[in-house]
Design a protein around this ligand. Structure first.
Ligand SMILES: [Zn+2]
Ligand SMILES: [Zn+2]
Length: 356
């Protein structure tokens, strides 16, 4: 069954068809040309994608080469790194993974992309630095892509469309040209509120420099000058192992958490509850819940803290007033949605079933 957005798109399309049937002459030539161009762009893209892999001009070969080399380097590191001899570097790498997860989950995702809570300047600065330490792409692109992902999930306009399979939604989308619908509908998404934040403006303006500093140079220098790590192991652990691991944590939400898991809140959408992914992302794996209630700052139900250290940290920041206006749906709304749209596996559904 198609997700909500598709249903709405279909309804809008059908109603526009009805209107067109009433008075075809009212459709301007300009509108006809626009629609024809959209269809031609989509057809051209579909023809590209149908070509043999090695012949496709839409593949971003540099990105693909970079990803392959990064992962080969990381794999070599994971197999050869002397974890117990180099305890400080090992522990520091784990800390950096958690810091990046906090920046991605608590900052770019829950704060800037979803506005699920508000944060005072010191917390926004911490979150931006934590996000930049993940080495991911520009803050503005990330948050805009994520809004598009939620609005058009599992359609051609979804930048990480899981309906195109595991590879595409995990990392493939970074190595090929975007679907014309991603570009077209992406332009319709308002990001002015994100750009109004001076922290985002500064993060965006010098983004390449910040990324280089916070994701690679500073962590490497900390290892070398903090506990005399060798340059070789400092670079291998920070620029390859930790970076690749951290990227895959985030990517897994678009792939595994859209393809594997239950649907206790909404069985009509693909995003699923994936506990393993919550472990690897600091609490972002309750993805069926998140796509059903995207404005909840916890991204999970009723203070489920087991693996959600992002929420624990946000609650701590709320205690000192740096985080505030934390949004979450009411218990009644959650219960009603579970009963009406859930797949029946939630405790509330099971209790309701027994009562009948
Ligand atoms: Zn998603
Ligand atoms: Zn989201």
């Amino acid at each position: 069954m198609p997700p909500n957005e598709q249903i709405r798109d279909i309804c809008e399309f059908e109603s526009s068809q009805d209107a067109a049937a009433v008075d075809e002459s009212k459709i301007s030539e300009e509108e006809r040309a626009k629609q024809a161009k959209i269809q031609a762009d989509i057809k051209a893209y579909e023809e590209l994608v149908a070509m043999p892999f090695y012949k496709r001009p839409d593949i971003k070969w540099f990105n693909l080469y970079f990803m392959v080399m990064l992962h080969l380097g990381a794999l070599y590191g994971f197999l050869t790194f002397p974890y117990f001899e180099k305890k400080a570097t090992t522990v520091f790498s784990i800390f950096m993974i958690c810091l990046a997860n906090f920046g991605v989950a608590g900052g770019i995702h829950r704060l800037w992309a979803h506005r699920s809570y508000k944060a005072k300047l010191p917390l926004r600065v911490i979150l931006m630095i934590a996000y930049l330490s993940s080495g991911q792409y520009s803050p503005l692109y990330w948050s805009r892509d994520h809004r598009v992902h939620h609005k058009f999930s599992e359609t051609d306009a979804d930048p990480v469309n899981a309906a195109r399979g595991f590879w595409f939604s995990h990392v493939g989308w970074l190595t090929m040209k975007r679907h014309p619908e991603v570009v077209r509908k992406g332009k319709m998404v308002d990001v002015s509120d994100i750009l109004a934040d001076p922290v985002v403006q500064i993060g965006e303006k010098y983004f390449e420099l910040w990324r280089l500093l916070f994701a690679f140079i500073i962590p490497t220098l900390i290892c070398v000058y903090g506990w005399n790590e060798t340059w070789y192991y400092a670079i291998l652990s920070q620029a390859f192992m930790r970076y690749a691991f951290s990227l895959n944590c985030t990517w897994s939400i678009n792939s595994f958490a859209h393809l594997i898991g239950g649907h206790p809140y909404d069985k009509f959408i693909m995003p699923a509850e994936n506990l393993v992914m919550s472990f690897f992302t600091g609490g972002e794996g309750w993805h069926n819940y998140h796509h059903t209630f995207p404005w909840d700052y916890k991204t999970s139900e009723f203070g489920n803290y087991s693996l959600n250290y992002t929420t624990i940290l946000l609650d701590l920041f709320a205690k000192i007033g740096w985080a505030y206006d934390m949004k979450q749906p009411s218990k009644t709304l959650i219960e009603n949605v579970i009963k009406n749209r859930g797949d029946g596996t939630h405790e509330i559904s099971r209790k309701a079933e027994k009562a009948h």
